[in-house]
Design a protein around this ligand. Sequence first.
Ligand code: COA
Length: 391
Amino acid sequence: MARYSHIVGWGMYVPERVVTNDDLAKIVETSDEWIRTRTGIRERHIVDKPNESTSTLAIRAARAALEKAGLPPTALDLIIVATSSPDHLFPATACIVQDAIGATRAGAYDLSAACSGFVYGMAMAHGLIVSGQADTVMVIGAETLSRLVDWSDRNTCVLFGDGAGAVIMQAREEPGGFLASVLGADGSGANLLTLPAGGSKLPASVDTVRNGDHYIKMDGRAVFRFATRVMAEATREVVERAGLTLDDVELIIPHQANTRIIESSVVKQLKFPPEKVFINLDRYGNTSTASIPIALTEAVEQGRVQPGDHIVFVGFGAGLTWAAALIQWAPPTPELPTWKRFWYKVWYPWSRILSGYRRLRRRLFAAWLGTKERSQEELESLRSRTRRDTE
Ligand code: COA
């Protein structure tokens, strides 16, 4: 029996705080006109509460995707979080999401391929599903790059935004779903877009902080040239791999970095109709790994995606990396019955209680082990005292 991997759930979340170009013009030497004409961006959402982070955005997107799919978190076999701004170097942000949504059967890991990461994640999920190693996989793209940009560097701070998007891919017998992918990398361009410090090569120190090495550094023009080339090439290649032509493609959802990159690659080089290219970067900026799933969620909500449609996702990013996937949209999932909506409302608080219980149990066990070790020490000292007394 053939197995296909279909997208059966999707969702997104962006933080509430909106920062407009005019707001940025108050902190760096820039203007709304410059940012709009050079990038297409008008505003972006950024986290502004201390308790917000990549995992909190990812959790909201994950819950939305589960509700759309009508699936319980326990149906997930694996959670992949593609991100360049994880909560920590470790543990994986995916594990924090796994615990928060109560996906108790799921494995979880982070994937680092910068802005191409979400499409890389989908390709991994597809491979596991069609090979029978997993039935249901959640792929999340989530970022809080606002925590990594230098807010005094106008070359980078105007470009990025925060947000998260998620899809659930599931094994189905009907043909369609994920049809082809192209994954690429060219590490010779690693220096063009990088966060130099905080890893093993340049660990955090007073000097790295003083030099601003914990902020994103980018050669914008070089990245621009690379992006316009690979976006067109990867799109052409993935369509060929799927055995289709560009005329068969109803929608392209490109990585939302810059309207000029999208126009000069997909639209001009491929001569693809602009009305069949989805763009929402004017409202979100470049949300890196989150940009494609956020755009997909909005495209579906706006009725731009119909069952049977062929959709291309194509992205590029630091690494340098690039990735494209071609999917055939699955039939829509049925509306959720009211009882299931109620179930979701009780499930998340319940999974928090269970997580708290597991933590408590671990602490009690550790305390009991400590007592046991101490009492063994006491026993040993008693023995040696007895030995001394008898001697
Ligand atoms: N406001 C005003 N001026 C700015 C500015 C800003 N926010 N940022 C840069 N400038 C200035 C530059 O300093 C430069 O001035 P100079 O000529 O005196 O040196 C001038 O604008 C033009 O810079 P340039 O780099 O040629 O602009 P550009 O047309 O290439 O646009 C980017 C700059 C960053 C928008 C563009 O190169 C880009 O989008 N690159 C890709 C970046 C990207 O997508 N990164 C994420 C990858 S996932």
